[in-house]
Design a protein around this ligand. Structure first.
Ligand code: BMP
Length: 274
């Protein structure tokens, strides 16, 4: 597609959303399209992994609701690491409720996600009101939203017309929706409205692994080459491929794997734009 042939730098220069622009610039600056998904429950382990993989990542993805003894001092540490290692933060909250409820979940409660997470995501299942609800909180803060247009799991229901309508919803809210969690590019999906030829949705793709095809709970893995070169996705999201099961992480091996996925992801991008 037109976008898949462009460099991250070319796209950064044109993008109007501040979070999308910052992510594209970070990818280019660090030559990394790797997002590390840090899905561990222990605070110290969470921070140790981020400190180790930070230099190789453009984005750190969190599920802060799984962390034991969460408080906002953890977020302060996360923000320090974000500055020190130059990555953005993506809370993988998967909002899925009515506009009024998601606005409260995004802004308030224990986690106050909007105050620190540059990017978050939502299921399109409630319809466009979920976007306006989240935008009422996130847009004034310069945040960006991803819609889950597809999922990596076996038997996912996010296919066909559901995926098409997700893309149409995003097209109607391009000031706040910066892209999709999906398994491929979405330009050809749904009803195109790109008359100015300036649509640029980022495709962030989970379900990436080099040494495994899946797990025992429905996850399915593809390689960075399949995801970035062949399917045209922009960012690879890798969790357990980098730190294994968690619990007593081996810092050297985590660092080695982060570097490996970063190199594979970047090579796959270079092969795509060539
Ligand atoms: P792992 O690489 O360890 O399988 O982790 C994948 C991460 O991506 C998890 O945090 C999961 O919540 C998330 N994810 C996914 O695996 N598939 C999707 O379709 C959407 C996701 O957010």
């Amino acid at each position: 597609s037109r976008i898949a042939a462009q460099t991250y730098a070319q796209r950064a220069a044109k993008h109007a959303n501040p979070a999308a622009k910052a992510l594209l610039e970070t990818i280019e600056r660090k030559q990394s399209n790797l997002c590390v998904s840090v899905d561990v429950t222990d605070r110290d382990e969470f921070l140790d992994i981020i400190d180790t993989v930070g230099p190789y990542a453009c984005l750190i993805k969190t599920h802060v609701d799984i962390i034991e003894h969460f408080d906002l001092s953890l977020i302060e540490r996360l923000q320090e690491l974000s500055s020190a290692h130059d990555f953005l933060i993506f809370e993988d909250r998967k909002f899925a409720d009515i506009g009024n409820t998601v606005a409260l979940q995004y802004s308030s409660g224990v986690h106050k996600i909007a105050s620190w997470s540059h990017i978050t995501n939502a299921h399109p299942v409630p319809g466009p009101s979920i976007i306006s609800g989240l935008a009422s909180v996130g847009k004034p803060l310069g945040r960006g939203l991803l819609l889950l247009a597809e999922m990596s799991t076996k038997g996912s229901l996010a296919t066909g017309s559901y995926t098409e309508e997700a893309v149409n919803m995003a097209r109607a809210h391009r000031d706040f929706v910066i892209g999709f969690i999906a398994q491929r590019r979405m330009e050809a999906v749904g009803t195109s409205t790109d008359t100015n030829n300036d649509e640029d949705f980022l495709i962030l793709s989970p379900g990436v692994g080099l040494d495994s095809k899946g797990d025992a709970m429905g996850q399915q893995y593809r390689t960075p080459k399949e995801v970035v070169t062949e399917s045209g996705c922009d960012v690879i999201i890798v969790g357990r491929g980098i730190y294994g099961k968690g619990g007593n992480i081996d810092v050297q091996s985590v660092q080695k794997q982060a570097e490996r996925y970063r190199n594979e992801g970047w090579a796959a991008y270079q092969a795509r734009i060539r």
